[in-house]
Each structure stands twice: as C-alpha cells, then as structure tokens.
Design a protein around this ligand. Structure first.
Ligand code: SF4
Length: 400
C-alpha cells in the first residue's frame, strides 16, 4: 500500500463504496505507525480489512536481518522481498557537523538511511560487492519506500526520526527512474512520509538521459554523481557505464542540472590505493570541476573480498583532498562506516550468495588488474558493456 501513486487509494476506496476519510486513516497507519499487516491498519472495519487483504500487501518486505556496528552508530539491514530477492539498507546515526554561524560549532542529530533501488546492479563497478553480484531486477515503488518504513519503525520507540534518505544502496537509481521518482514523491508528500526534498539525495553513476530528465523536472532533491575517476581510461574500468557516457558528458549534464535547479551537485569519489589517488588524478579532478557548483566527497574504498585493491591510506586521502582544494573545489573526507557489519554495498547479500569458485575469483582479479594497468597507461577500454547493462541502457534509451 505504501507505493500507491497519488489518487489510486482514493479511487479504490470509492470503487468499494468507502468514505473518503478512510484514505487518511490508512495513510496514518502506514506512515505514522508503520503498519506491517492488515490487522495493524487502525480504525478500519473488519470487512474493509478483508477487502484490502485481497487487493494489497501492507508490507513488501518479508524478513529483515539487522547487523549493528560502530558502537551502535551504523545498522545494516538485509531485507528479503516476496520473491526471495535480497536488498540492503544502512541506517547511520552520525550527527551533522559544521558551523551554526559566528564560529559556533553545529552539532545536530542526524539519522540517515541509505536505500536500494534495484536488487543487484548491472553497472558492475569492480570495487563494489553489488556490482559483482550482477543484476537481479528493478524494485517496485513499495519495495523502495518500505525500506524507509522499516528504519522509521526501528527508530520510533526511542522518539527518533529519519532526517535524511539517500539513494546510494544497491542498484543504479536512474536505471529504475520511474519507480525512484514515485518513491521520492511519496517520501516528500506531507500526507505520507513528509521528508523535505532537501533531505533526499539521489545518486547516479552517470546515466546522462536520466540526469537530463531530472533537470527538466526541476529541483526535487540533491543529485550526486558517483564519479570515482576524472579520466576516461580509468573511469571506463571503475564505472563501466563510462564506456557509454564518458566523463565530459556526465559532468556537462550535472553542470546544467546545477545551473537550472540552483542546487549544488555532490561528486562521490571512492579512493583506491595506487589506482585513482595519484596527484595526476587529483589535478584532473580539480580541472574537471573548476568553477562548477559542486562539492566532492572522498570515501576510502570499503574492503571488498574479490578485488585486488585496497583503500587509500588516511595520509594519501588527506594529501589528495588538499591538492583538489588547492585547485578551488570544496572537498569533504568521509569515513568508512560499519566495516564490521559488512558495510560495503552488497556485502551482506554477497555473503548470503556464498563464495564463488576460486578459479572464477582469480580470473576476475587478473582481469581487473589487466584493465586498470592499461587504463593507467592512458588506454581506453575497448570492451563492450556487460550484457545486463547493455540491455538496461537500451531499455531506457529515448525513442526517436
Ligand atoms: S557502485 Fe553503485 S553503480 Fe556501481 S555496481 Fe555498485 S551499486 Fe552499481
């Protein structure tokens, strides 16, 4: 029920000869009390509950497995959906920091939920456990927003509320854009979750037609670009979608988005030791974004089992950040969260999927090393897009 588009609930109630106020009662149960079953829909007559049972699911998530880490500051949940697909969300309780004005430090409570938009992911970034799992399917709107209801339900007994939602979990949100836009509408609707659009971030690894579509819709949330490399040869390897939409096209679309919406774009940059953390990369990044309404978040790579890579050292991250700042761009260094809970995106689902055969792991590592060595020599990838990604991109290509 949580994923119903505006007006559908009212239409269904009217077809079933129900008064209009039932819609408010149902929304209150779903979005204020986070109902899981028809029984938990408050104030409804039994006959109506029976009708609802025939037409809707109140909760699309069948089971939740929560792991807590960082002394309780990070809670990672593996959600099992109706067809057995596994998706992850991460709830982080780190306060907002900064300055409140007149040099006074700001320390505001913040509870941020990172959610998934797809089961698995077709993009196949080699530093990401979800990328290694491959693509499962797009999530339905209700499956996306039910991750939010699950976290809100966990917070409610302690009187806490979610303050931010970021679409940075499993999947490429702009390859499931219709469902993501419906979810954002529901999450920001005051009759439903009521989260201000400024507190919602949608990230993309660079689906240019999707960015252009968001720009045409106007400011609805903050756009984040998962950049990870400023040079095409390296980005072809780190973010395979770059072979379809190269860096310059992605940044041009993001720049237009910032200009039209007046909203700063965030660039996420995972730091991989000896791969994308050199001075050459820092200078290329500063050159690429100079003068833009942009901010860069540097994130040391989460340890992922089957890559040959390590996270950059804290010293290297600090030097890289300083060099980019010197180039005139705002930079924040983010900490890795919840490593002991398998915080790398897709790690919990990957653990459930079981360990792949050793020869397959060795082949994957060798091919990543070969591709990144060629990239560092400046050679662009000649490999085709992975088949799942080609299919996903073709489906979203605008028709002429
Ligand atoms: S980093 Fe994001 S886009 Fe890349 S494979 Fe992982 S989930 Fe997909």
């Amino acid at each position: 029920m949580s994923g119903l588009a505006d007006g559908l609930l009212e239409a269904w109630l009217s077809e079933h000869d129900q008064p209009a106020f039932r819609a408010r009662q149902i929304r209150d149960s779903v979005w204020r009390h986070y109902a899981r079953t028809t029984e938990e829909l408050r104030s409804l007559p039994a006959a109506l509950k029976a009708e609802i049972d025939k037409s809707f699911r109140v909760d699309t998530i069948e089971a939740n497995d929560v792991s807590v880490s960082d002394g309780g500051l990070t809670e990672k949940t593996l959600h099992r959906l109706g067809d057995g697909q596994l998706v992850e969300s991460v709830l982080m309780h780190y306060p907002a920091r900064g300055f409140a004005g007149a040099g006074r430090p700001l320390h505001r409570e913040r509870h941020t939920l990172c959610i998934s938009s797809q089961a698995g992911c077709a993009v196949g970034c080699p530093f990401c456990a979800t990328g290694e799992l491959g693509f499962g399917r797009d999530l339905e709107t209700a499956e996306i927003v039910d991750q939010v209801r699950h976290a809100a339900r966990r917070l409610a007994p302690s009187g806490r509320h979610l303050t931010n939602v970021v679409f940075m979990g499993m999947g490429e949100p702009l390859l499931n854009l219709d469902r993501v836009l419906e979810s954002v509408e529901i999450l920001s609707d005051p009759r439903e979750f009521g989260l201000g659009a400024r507190h919602i971030v949608v990230s993309t690894s660079g689906v240019v037609p999707g960015i252009r579509r968001l720009t045409a819709l106007g400011p609805q949330f903050t756009l984040a670009i998962s950049l990870h490399a400023a040079r095409d040869p390296l980005r072809d390897v780190l973010v395979p979608l770059n072979r379809r939409w190269p860096v310059a096209e992605v940044v041009a679309a993001a720049r237009d988005h910032a200009r039209v919406t007046g909203r700063r774009v965030s660039y996420e940059y995972v730091m991989i030791s000896g791969v994308n953390d050199t001075d050459i990369d820092a200078d290329a990044l500063a050159r690429l974004l100079r003068g833009d309404l942009a901010h860069i978040n540097l994130i040391p790579m989460n340890p992922v089992a089957h890559t040959p890579w390590q996270a950059s050292s804290p010293e290297r991250v600090a030097q890289f950040a300083e060099r980019v700042r010197h180039g005139g761009i705002g930079v924040t260094v983010r900490a890795n969260r919840g490593q002991d809970a398998g915080a790398a995106c897709g790690q919990l689902a990957a653990n459930r999927a079981g360990e792949p055969a050793a020869p397959a792991v060795a082949r994957r590592r060798e091919s990543i090393i070969r591709a990144s060595e060629a990239a560092m020599l400046g050679n662009r990838s000649t490999e085709a897009l992975p088949a799942d990604l080609e299919a996903a991109v073709a489906l979203r290509r605008p028709r002429r």
